[in-house]
Write a protein that binds this ligand. Structure first.
Ligand code: ADE
Length: 220
């Protein structure tokens, strides 16, 4: 999978793709990413890509021309399965959307900023709009990072043990059960006896009960 990210703040992504699972996916050549600075497509000498809103009102609007030129340029070398715009009013990111996106080859993510993009970008250039939650971030970069992370970890071979993605919370509609590691007794806070019992059937049943209980609790 390849992801192109169009942003006004490219350096925000440096560490995200240099660490942990995403870095490993890049190292294993299962994933590649290209972070594009939208300012390089500015149509003026100041590097600005935003302007006042027609009709007045507070806040600047990301202009269509630099975005159109940037996407046009990227499309010269790649054809996208989806061109995603990150926005608080987009389709809510869920595990099933992550699963669907993980089957794609080429994604482009445009990070929103200021008051948002000129509406014509949404109408004509974007194929999908994603929100990572019902709250407003100061920009789309964190949302783009969440999308990349939640999708790339699902690519076959990215996680050491493929089972671990399948047993993630939400993957089967259930929240994961609690997990414990050594020591079995820490300051009197004990690991449930059942996990130390060696009875795998009883442990699996207990884990399933815990998952069901946790799932009921978050949906209350
Ligand atoms: N930009 C601002 N808020 C956002 C959100 N909740 N999801 C995606 N992009 C955003």
């Amino acid at each position: 999978m390849h992801i192109d990210i169009i942003t006004l703040f490219p350096s925000m992504f440096t560490e995200i793709f240099a660490q942990s699972i995403l870095h490993r996916a890049i190292d294993k050549k299962l994933f590649s990413v290209n972070v594009v600075n939208l300012r390089t497509y500015a149509t003026n000498n100041y590097g600005s890509v935003d302007d006042y809103a027609y009709g007045g009102g507070a806040g600047m609007v990301m202009q269509i021309e630099p975005i159109d030129n940037c996407i046009k340029d990227l499309k010269k070398t790649r054809s996208y399965d989806e061109i995603i715009y990150t926005a608080p009013d987009g389709q809510l990111m869920t595990q099933s959307l992550c699963n669907a996106l993980s089957l794609k080859e080429n994604l482009c993510i445009l990070c929103g900023h200021y008051k948002g993009v000129d509406e014509r970008v949404r109408e004509h250039l974007i194929t999908m709009e994603i929100s990572i939650g019902e709250y407003v971030l100061s920009g789309g970069e964190l949302a783009a990072a969440v999308i990349a992370d939640s999708v790339v970890r699902l690519l076959p071979g990215v996680l050491g043990d493929e089972q671990s993605a399948l047993s993630d919370s939400f993957q089967d509609g259930l929240i994961s059960p609690p997990v414990y590691s050594r020591p079995a007794d820490y300051k009197g806070w004990k690991v449930p006896d059942i996990l130390l019992s060696g009875n795998q059937k009883a442990i699996d049943d207990w884990r399933m009960e815990q998952s069901i209980e946790r799932t009921k609790n978050i949906t209350k």
